[in-house]
Design a protein around this ligand. Structure first.
Ligand SMILES: [Cu+2]
Length: 352
């Protein structure tokens, strides 16, 4: 703290502040190794690529102009500074010089033209079409998790979006509460998710990969924990996934998992009544307060991309979700014994 005070006060204040800003900027580049890289420069589909190309083009011009202005400024500052021997009279006035006026009107027009034409082209090319032959997904943002509905397939899932490769995926964005923003940097630029209206976008993944997504608009306490994954699969594998999902959940045969299922469905309401908030296709659980759990056993993470989907994390999540994700809207279950928790987790892990 003393160091920071020394840097931000006293004679070298501006230098110190500049240094802190630089350190801050550099540190924001440090992602946790456990997280999937999410650079918009490492594009995995035509939509993201078109948008990144546009950004790169603008960057070249902006960078070139920035460099030119900086060099010119430094030149003037040093060349004409107040020192012995420099002429201190008013320099030659160039106001109204036609050639110069024409030059600095034309050059920006040309640059804006070079940047503007592809910008308009890209804006049209990356616009959602709602083509019925594409795969449609309705994405609903909830504080603080994501719901994915496939209206053509009759599937609802959460937090992990499965899509086929090389196919346009038309996304309709809706919000259940406040404004969120849907962003998968490697697949497309972000788009706001606004209550009371629908926004549309599309993307196309060229390769099989697990992509990282994140809510990109501050939406409350656990905004930073409102992540998601997009898993692209070849068409065959995607079709197999769809088939398995459409079949719904089978009743478990293992006695522990069966006991867990009964607890889930409210056999002992003073301990657990998960059925009032969650859906599991093929069972009586049809509530939509929380994420659809039909394939929760196949998710790589729980809590909307928050922690790895392990037995320990599931037990901790069910007993006291606040301890993992502050502010989230799932009930705590302090009355479940260790054994009952294990039974519920066994049931959930079998849902694939
Ligand atoms: Cu958010």
């Amino acid at each position: 703290m003393r160091l920071i005070r020394r840097l931000t006060q006293g004679p070298n204040r501006s230098l110190g502040l500049g240094l802190l800003a630089l350190v801050g900027t550099v540190l924001t580049g440090c992602a946790k190794a456990s997280e999937l890289p999410q650079s918009p420069f490492d594009t995995a589909g035509p939509v993201a690529r078109a948008q990144t190309d546009l950004m790169t083009l603008s960057l070249w011009f902006a960078g070139g102009i920035g460099l030119f202005v900086t060099v010119a400024l430094l030149f003037v500052v040093f060349r004409y500074r107040d020192k012995k021997g420099n002429d201190k009279s008013v320099p030659k006035q160039i106001q109204g010089n036609h050639k110069l006026e024409i030059a600095w009107t034309l050059i920006p027009i040309i640059i804006l033209g070079i940047v503007g034409v592809p910008t308009v082209q890209t804006a049209f090319a990356t616009r959602a079409t709602q083509d019925p032959n594409d795969l449609h997904v309705i994405v609903t943002g909830h504080q603080w998790w994501w719901e994915f509905e496939y209206p053509q397939l009759g599937i609802v899932t959460a937090n992990e979006l499965y899509i086929p490769t090389d196919k346009d995926v038309q996304i309709t964005l809706k919000s259940a509460d406040v404004i969120h923003s849907f962003w998968v940097p490697k697949l497309a630029g972000k788009m706001d998710v606004i209550p009371g209206r629908e926004n549309h976008m599309f993307f196309n993944a060229e390769r099989e990969e697990e992509f990282f997504g994140q809510c990109a608009e501050f939406c409350g306490t656990s905004h930073a924990n409102m992540k998601f994954r997009v898993q692209s699969l070849t068409q065959d594998k995607f079709d197999a996934w769809v088939k398995a999902r459409q079949a719904g959940a089978a009743t478990p045969t293992d006695p522990d998992a069966l006991a867990g299922m009964n607890l889930f469905m409210g056999a002992n309401k003073s301990k657990a009544n998960c059925i009032v908030c969650h859906t599991i296709d093929g069972t009586n659980a049809k509530a939509k307060v929380g994420p659809n759990l039909t394939n929760v056993g196949a998710r790589s993470t729980i809590g909307a991309g928050l922690v790895e989907n392990t037995k320990e994390h599931l037990m901790q999540w069910i007993r006291n979700p606040q301890s993992l994700k502050p502010g989230n809207k799932m009930a705590a279950h302090p009355n479940l014994t260790e054994q009952e928790l294990e039974q519920i987790v066994k049931y959930l892990q079998g849902l694939k």
